[in-house]
Ligand binder design. Structure first.
Ligand SMILES: [Zn+2]
Length: 198
């Protein structure tokens, strides 16, 4: 997607659907089934909308940390240089019900926000919340996988005439991004920050 620290302002104005299309076209399945990309964008982002509505209906609109308390999610700030195998901002682990958040990486974004003078578009606090909301989606998704088959799975042929359903994690990533975006009601797509650090 050719993101760079210099043209970040332009990318903040970009259309989300177009960004999702560009992400999905790099997936093997969609390289062969490009005509299904828009269908799967609708399928995965509709999960974000349903999850958001369910959450608000049940608990009201709260600070993200309040949901963590309700769901007993532990938030662990990690200060190591490269704590994860990939430069993730945060990771949710279902077994321990814990989110590890990569503070060094988050601080890099703080610098990028400052040096690009985009604090009026995105504050550091907002970015931090976006990361936590993204992981909150993963928690909700792990807790009940009712959307796996219909919304996050594609049919692939493993042998001639033998087809299986395969869940594509990238679709869940899109849903998590969209969930954080809906929750904070923001125009820009936060995925651009992942591209800046990957
Ligand atoms: Zn994710």
């Amino acid at each position: 997607m050719n993101f760079s620290k210099e043209n970040i302002k332009d990318y903040l104005k970009r259309d989300s659907i177009q960004i999702y299309r560009e992400i999905l076209i790099n997936e093997n399945y969609f390289k062969k089934n490009a005509n299904k990309i828009d269908v799967y964008i609708i399928k995965s982002t509709s999960v974000s909308k349903i999850r958001y509505k369910d959450l608000i209906d049940k608990y009201g609109k709260l600070d993200v940390n309040e949901y963590f308390k309700i769901f007993n999610i532990e938030l662990n700030e990690v200060y190591e240089e490269n704590p994860f195998s990939f430069p993730y901002f945060a990771i949710y682990d279902v077994t321990s019900n814990k989110i590890d958040i990569n503070i060094n990486l988050i601080k890099q974004i703080k610098k990028i926000i400052k040096s690009n003078e985009i604090e009026n578009i995105i504050s550091y606090k907002e970015f931090y919340n976006l990361v936590l909301l993204h992981e909150l989606f993963h928690y909700l998704d792990e807790r009940d996988k009712k959307f796996d088959n219909n919304n996050f799975s594609v049919q692939i042929e493993i042998f001639k005439h033998i087809k299986i359903n395969k869940t594509l994690n990238i679709l869940k990533e899109i849903a998590a991004i969209e969930f954080s975006k809906i929750f904070l009601d923001i125009e820009y797509n936060p995925v651009i920050f992942e591209c800046l650090i990957s």
